[in-house]
Design a protein around this ligand. Structure first.
Ligand code: BG6
Length: 488
């Protein structure tokens, strides 16, 4: 389809994200023949590389990260890569960029279709679109133009609104693709299919049958050399405001009337708008912020957060959040959602646990196992159902048993990584899995009071590396007679 022919212009071409995620994703799409044969990649950043030097750098990094041989296929892919040095903040410089893009369009027959990928520091998110517009490079008339914006989309509510206004001055909402890579994960999308295509589960998915919901996103890594960025962000901005709220929306949304980008995104926005606002008083009980402290994990000494490079010695940035929240609508009234995320926890796992209510009368005693559905988003993607069965022998004692489905038992198509999926969708012009402006702002509406409270009360509970976070997070549930699941 010639509409898929395009140039991907990556601002921030010498950065980490480009090397680690974007180029490998584009390479795999190319190698599996999912990219149109007419494409080019234009790396843009300040450093003065030639096409050849940049190409060589990319090739070497692909060989290492993707464990590739130096093959004809790799060379052919790299031949599509070009480079343009540019001082992004200087409007005058964009005249050269315009010429370059026109030449590439002619060379690769891409009909003026361009994706601008902003993989730069957020301070440039406003400037680049303005400079592009100055030179008419935002105009859809001569081929389509799309703008992919990486997170963070704003630092707080006010800056998100300002950024949104700035982008909308130069690009229409339909042209803007805000990346949240969690939406690109196959298992996150599966939540919709699982919920809305199974008569077995769909009728149970509400306050009548669900007792509470847990969402956990644990990482065993620390800040991994990103201390400078992370110290200004923290777990609330880095994981909760975007990724975890998007997962929550998939768990909680109403069925879309159609499967199209507007219908689905309309429903997710409604979830964000129905989040019960948390005031200072509620947050005293319902919010736990923690920070990892130096400790040994399996004999290996690990730094505490405040000792990491780029982190302030007295930093109060949280590396762990646990929050109890609720949704003010018919489906979820009275059902608590417990959400937690943290770095330096015992393992890497993201999962949603649906806890079902007990049967009305405890005829077999109080100790019958609860029914749970564990939706494993990563790793070991799959679904685990836990319920009670009779213990063999005398009496009517029950025991917990499991039914287990794992994605890797499916034959067939290879699952695309999140970046592969999202890049492909942006090339095809499908914005379903990208955050819409109103959704991002609604998320900030919910998160801003939490950030304000966190700022005015800098208490952070310490937790040793390799543990499940501060004990106060356990109390958040035990107070309600519940406990977290501790996945291994
Ligand atoms: C990123 C955060 O958006 O998501 C990182 O900035 C975090 O701090 C990462 O490690 C987690 O993504 P994934 O796909 O590994 O769960």
């Amino acid at each position: 389809n010639h509409l898929d022919n395009n140039c991907i212009a990556i601002f921030g071409a010498s950065g980490d994200l480009t090397r680690r995620k974007l180029i490998p994703a584009l390479y795999h799409l190319y190698a599996t023949k999912q990219l149109s044969a007419s494409f080019s990649i234009l790396g843009i950043s300040r450093t003065e590389y030639s096409d050849t030097t940049y190409r060589t750098k990319i090739k070497e990094s692909l060989i290492v990260s993707e464990k590739l041989e130096d093959s004809e296929q790799l060379n052919e892919f790299c031949s599509h890569i070009h480079y343009q040095p540019l001082d992004t903040a200087d409007k005058a410089n964009y005249a050269a960029l315009k010429e370059r893009l026109a030449a590439l369009s002619e060379q690769y027959l891409t009909a003026g279709n361009i994706i601008y990928y902003l993989s730069t520091p957020p301070s440039l998110y406003g400037v680049i679109p303005e400079c592009l517009a100055e030179h008419g490079l935002n105009q859809n008339d001569d081929g389509w133009k799309r703008l992919i914006v990486e997170k963070p989309f704003g630092y707080d509510k006010a800056s998100a609104v300002a950024l949104d206004e700035q982008l909308h001055r130069f690009f229409a909402e339909e042209q803007i693709y805000r990346i949240d890579h969690y939406l690109g994960k196959e298992t996150v999308q599966n939540l919709l299919v699982f919920r809305f295509s199974n008569g077995l589960f769909e009728p149970l998915w509400n306050r009548n049958y669900i007792d509470h919901v847990e969402i956990t996103s644990a990482e065993s890594i620390g800040v991994e050399g990103r201390g400078g960025y992370y110290d200004g962000a923290g777990a609330m901005r880095d994981m909760f405001q975007n990724h975890l709220l998007q997962v929550l929306a998939m768990v909680a949304m109403e069925p879309p009337a159609l499967i199209n980008s507007n219908a689905i995104r309309n429903e997710t926005v409604k979830v964000f708008q129905s989040l019960h606002p948390l005031d200072e008083k509620a947050l005293e009980h319902d919010l736990v912020l923690g920070q990892y402290t130096a400790s040994k994990v399996r004999g290996e000494p690990l730094l505490g957060y405040r000792e990491e490079t780029g982190v302030e010695a007295e930093s109060s940035t949280e590396t762990y959040v646990a929050l109890k929240l609720s949704i003010d609508n018919w489906r979820w009234n009275g059902v608590p959602f417990y959400v937690r995320t943290g770095k330096r926890l015992p393992t890497r796992v993201t999962e949603v646990v649906i806890h079902f209510k007990k049967t009305p009368h405890p005829v077999f005693g109080q100790n019958t196992p609860d029914n749970k559905l564990v939706i494993r988003i990563q790793p070991d993607e799959g679904i685990l159902m836990k319920f009670g069965l009779k213990k063999p022998g005398a009496g009517f004692e029950s025991q917990e048993v499991s039914m287990d489905f794992r994605y890797d038992s499916l034959d067939g198509d290879e699952v695309l990584t999140a970046y592969e999926r999202l890049l492909l969708d942006s090339i095809k012009g499908d914005p379903t899995l990208f955050a819409r402006s109103d959704a991002v702002l609604a998320c900030w509406d919910f998160v801003q009071p939490i950030l304000d409270v966190a700022q005015s009360n800098p208490t952070r509970y310490g937790y040793a590396c390799g543990t499940w976070g501060p004990k106060e997070a356990d109390e958040l549930l035990s107070r309600d007679g519940r406990e977290w699941r501790f996945p291994c």
